[in-house]
Design a protein around this ligand. Sequence first.
Ligand code: PLP
Length: 459
Amino acid sequence: MTLDLQTNDLSQVIEADRAHVWHHLSQHKAYESIDPRVFVEGKGMRLWDATGKEFLDGVSGGVWTVNVGYGRESIANAVRDQLIKLNYYAGAAGTVPGALFAQRLIEKMPGLSRVYYSNSGSEANEKAYKMVRQISHHKYGGKKWKILYRDRDYHGTTLGTLATSGQDQRAMQYGPYPDGFVRVPHCLEYHKQWDVENYGERAADAIEEVILREGPDTVGAIVLEPVTAGGGVITPPEGYWQRVQEICRRYDILLHIDEVVCGLGRTGTWFGYQQYGIEPDFVTMAKGVASGYAAISCTVTTERVFDMFKDSPDDTLSYFRDISTFGGCTAGPVAALENMRIIEDEGLLENTIAMGNRLMDNLTTLMDKHAVIGDVRGKGLFCGAELVQDRATKEPMDEKRVQAVVADCLAQGVIIGATNRSIPGFNNTLCLSPALIAGPDDIDALTTAIDNALSKVFA
Ligand SMILES: Cc1ncc(COP(=O)(O)O)c(C=O)c1O
């Protein structure tokens, strides 16, 4: 049978999906009575499903990925040309797009110099964890092996990265987990853990308390999201990052910034950490690197870290003995090169700042009308609105009603997100992360849909 990808008979596709596809993060019982949604086409910020319904996508492919929008022929052409020339060679050797993208990327990341390729955010983070563990063996005689992670942050779906999940609902029922991963408190000021003036510094000091409790000579690294994504769109309070950096320096702890969501422009700078003057030792990235046109992730580090893996050439175990088969696919870096060109040539960082301000303004205006919005937070085109039962007590809105808002927007043809299976009792933040190409009308359409949905669900 010839496969007809352009088939007009989509009922057959829906049946095939229902019969055989196990969807991510989905309870499938519902699909016994309703059709699974199958998307067929995308252009810019618009998507069409198998029933022909059109949607405005406010979450860049569901999970903050399609930063430059759908239907980019120039990326497809670049990938096609490269695949015909050379689709793959294992990462022990170089390829033309692999070398050129690494060079272009490093130009955007002063202080960092080495790029290790793999395929997903989880994998990129695991690579950094493995590097920390190997440094522990190689340089510290087995000390400094612990990796700190923060409550409410997420770093991936593998067992290693789930061991660093600050989102309990993601990790529940998949344990036991490996040792050596230690949690530090979150920094969300809206749900205060300390009654102080300089909240940012206090939240950072909580990290120091954990380091002192564990023993500084046991702690090798800390992994943090620059702006926490699925844990509630948490922008760090004033003074937080500077203090975190000081603490890392004081105790010789490597600072690993997980840019899987914020990387490649989401917050209006190339990377989220660049908003806060952070000097990281590791930066990991995935989703927006090639906007979902090909699978690619990167673990980027400094020459100082890199040198630790080549300073003992006679020791057969001392180099980074890791491989990612598909890290050698050329589609990823060639798509990433074109993705980066688009962001530059179309001024998408500037657009992200302008449209991000509009989005925050619109959401803030909605607060005047809807008491159910307790807080709005965000940076660039990455915003959240936390829904509460009562502004005074900040008691979280019931997750079913939050999902009802998302469902109502969907019925209006607008896709928004909400924190989901993340923090027990706190899956109450609406999430918006439109493509960086969003215009004023798109932003207004997103917030109008939320306005309508809130009016209906909380009438
Ligand atoms: C901050 C962060 N890190 C890592 C990951 C894992 O990335 P992936 O799903 O590509 O493995 C995610 C996924 O949502 C994420 O949000």
